[in-house]
Design a protein around this ligand. Structure first.
Ligand code: C2E
Ligand code: CA
Ligand code: CA
Length: 666
């Protein structure tokens, strides 16, 4: 007996050492790699070492009285370390396969659970000398059951997660076998506890467990190596793939294009011909890549190249300059032909692309210039066509021809871009607020946020003075995000200072409304500033809603479900009917100022506004009239049942300071 106890003590002690060393090794890995799953497995192995140490103590000092301090301490260490070991093993598996960060909240819950479970198992019956069996069930059977179940669950998880590398599969098998062993042991320990053979088995399980633990240690190491190699090889494959990318579309790449263009220019010069250089850029191609994947994206690019190459107009040069921009060069005789060519290019691109039974529709922007009129060096031609393309893209025009002066315009915009970005960074954009009055209860219903630029030299600028540049530079998204965050900050500030929240309405630009991360962005802000969503309202102008109704509809539905209100701005200025409004789950319609201007003097405008109000009410939407400037307008709007008003008569847009004063007065 004593001899065996000594052997066991030795085994437990060496296992403690081995797992500590293994854990230290992993810790070093973690320091280098910094991956969360390595950290979890490090903790898991430390816990296993602690568990083995507890077993060593238990085995060595087995003369302890039940309920003594040493006995209870050992039991606590043994139980808690075991639960922590399995907990972090599983967290590690999850983090490794999902490539996702386990949240702190989940960690706290898991660790607390392991602590409570371990403590309960150690303490209940821990002081009761009589309850030998109960104590055994709690400490041995229960922990074996939980341990086994957790491993089996992990096995199923690994199976469903379809891990491809070798160590993943071995891990799965390991979890399945060892899990079964523990569950079987757990049941057997309840039924056969008093049998001699079971006692014998229990005493000898230790030898199996050494093997099992060792396998686990190695598995963790092998997995890590395999996973990291996998990451590296994917990265290498991707790099290779991107390197070949150009040959995929089967057209010339940038250098080849410029070479060929130079050649064609010489030939044209010899025969006194003129060339027209078209640059085209596919709109929102990133969307195709994001939705259908890079492979499909490539197929479509290849198809575009093929269409351009084989086009009827016999182009002199076709090539791809970068990602989704192409060059297309033809000979021409007069200006009219240039227009025909650009129409032809649009027609080619807009023909639907068939992708796995689905039609993908694309559009492009075109900029072009002439040889030899505009330039006689290939590089310069490219640059000028690019300037024209830039104009086309930023003004949303299908095709633009290069004109002298575009360069200075381009330079001005470039300088402006720097200035605007700096202004965002320096928080030069400030928010003004225009109160909205509820006509039903004569109370403040909220305010619209209107941005101003507190320019260091030019003073306070209204949107009309800088929005053209923002649009041309495609900076709307930056500005909208800035305004969104500022607004949330202000709502949170007001709440802290005055214990009061005022609903604020923000203007959102069309593109931003359709941006893929728009919703998650808002969610994050609401969470960050702890703002209930009902205090945020988004205004989207009528025209936007119609151009991409399905996408916008989805966004509105999601926002609505989150509790955020959406209203239609500038209503009546678009070419829509009220009919489509029924389909949109919006809260409020804002009738455009132009209708309100005339309500007091023009009968037909009054009739239109009245009809808008009645129809909107029929559809269950609220109506707000914008630009109310006189008492008379207000009275008429009240009479026809308008729900709310906004305009100079109530208040001009005012600064934050003035607005808080306004709030206090009310
Ligand atoms: P909007 O959304 O139609 O905003 C109402 C505009 O009408 C504001 O001009 C406001 O000052 C003005 N206004 C309000 N009441 C009256 C009135 O009684 N009479 C008259 N004549 N005008 C009134 P503002 O601030 O210059 O804004 C112009 C436009 O700029 C806004 O039109 C909105 O489309 C856009 N905008 C303003 N702030 C932002 C912003 O933060 N983000 C985005 N994306 N757009 C914004
Ligand atoms: Ca607005
Ligand atoms: Ca408006």
């Amino acid at each position: 007996m004593a001899e065996r106890a000594l052997t066991h003590s030795l085994i437990y002690f060496s296992e403690t050492l081995i797992f500590s060393i293994l854990a230290l090794l992993l810790l070093a890995y973690y320091r280098g790699l910094g991956r969360q799953y390595v950290k979890f497995w490090t903790i898991s192995l430390f816990a296993l070492a602690a568990n083995q140490f507890a077993l060593f103590c238990q085995n060595t000092f087995n003369e302890q009285d039940v309920g003594s301090v040493v006995d209870i301490s050992i039991a606590l260490l043994r139980q808690i370390s075991l639960y922590l070991h399995i907990l972090f093993l599983i967290f590690g598996i999850y983090a490794a396969t999902k490539q996702q960060i386990v949240s702190n909240k989940l960690l706290v819950i898991g660790v607390s659970l392991a602590g409570v479970l371990g403590a309960l198992a150690a303490l209940i019956y821990g002081f009761d000398v009589e309850s030998v069996f109960n104590r055994f069930y709690l400490r041995e059977s229960l922990s074996a059951f939980i341990f086994g179940s957790a491993l089996i669950a992990s096995a199923f998880y690994l199976y469903s997660a379809k891990i491809n590398h070798f160590s993943g599969k071995v891990f799965l098998a390991f979890c399945l076998v060892v899990g079964t062993r523990y569950i079987a042991y757990s049941f057997a320990s309840i039924i056969f506890l008093t049998e001699d053979w079971f006692r014998y088995l229990t005493q000898n399980l230790i030898y199996i467990d050494i093997g099992v633990n060792t396998v686990l240690g190695f598995l963790v190491l092998i997995w890590m190596q395999g996973a990291e190699r996998h990451v590296a090889s994917t990265a290498i494959n991707r790099a290779k793939y991107l390197g070949k990318h150009d040959s995929l579309t089967g057209v010339l790449n940038r250098e080849q294009v410029l070479e060929k263009l130079t050649n064609e220019m010489q030939i044209a010069q010899g025969s006194e011909q003129s060339l027209c250089v078209f640059l085209l850029d596919i709109k929102r191609f990133k969307f195709v890549n994001d939705t259908y994947g890079l492979k499909v994206g490539d197929l479509i690019l290849g198809e575009i190249a093929r269409r351009l190459n084989q086009s009827l107009l016999k182009p002199k040069v076709v090539g791809r300059l970068s990602g989704d921009s192409f060059m297309y060069v033809v000979e021409y005789e007069n200006e009219k032909q240039q227009l025909t060519v650009s129409e032809h290019i649009h027609a080619l691109i807009e023909r639907p692309y068939l992708v796995s039974q689905q039609e993908v529709h694309l559009q492009c922007s075109v900029g072009y210039c002439e040889f030899p009129t505009d330039a006689n060096v290939a590089d310069e031609l490219l640059q000028k066509a690019n300037l024209a393309l830039f104009q086309a893209e930023s003004n949303n025009i299908q095709s633009v021809k290069y004109q002298a002066g575009m360069q200075s315009q381009g330079r001005r915009l470039l300088a402006m871009e720097k200035e605007i970005r700096q202004a965002i960074a320096n928080e030069e954009f400030v928010l003004h607020f225009q109160p909205q009055l509820n006509l039903k209860n004569n109370r403040l219903e909220g305010a619209e946020v209107l941005v101003r630029w507190q320019h260091p030299t030019k003073g306070l600028l209204a949107p009309g003075q800088f929005f053209d540049d923002i649009e041309a530079l495609n900076l709307y998204s930056e500005l909208d995000n800035y305004v969104l965050e500022k607004t949330c900050q202000i709502i949170a500030n007001w709440y802290q200072t005055y214990k009061r929240r005022v609903p604020l309405a923000i203007n959102i630009t069309a593109d931003e409304f359709q941006a893929p991360d728009f919703i998650s962005n808002i969610q994050n802000l609401l969470m960050k500033y702890e703002i209930p969503p009902i205090y945020l309202e988004l205004e989207v102008t009528e025209n936007v809603v119609i151009t991409d109704i399905n996408l916008v509809m989805n966004t509105i539905v999601v926002l609505q479900n989150m509790g955020i209100k959406v209203s239609i701005d500038d209503f009546g200025t678009g070419y829509s009917s009220l009919a489509y409004l029924r389909k949109l789950p919006i809260d409020k319609i804002k009738i455009d100022r132009s209708f309100i201007q005339e309500v007091a003097s023009n009968d037909s405008d009054l009739t239109i506004v009245k009809t808008m109000v009645e129809l909107s009410h029929g559809l269950g939407k609220r109506v707000l009239a914008e630009g109310v400037e006189t008492q008379q307008q207000l009275q008429l709007l009240r009479n026809i049942g308008c729900d709310a008003v906004q305009g100079y008569f109530i208040s001009k847009p005012i600064s934050e300071e003035e607005f808080t004063k306004y709030l206090k007065r009310k």
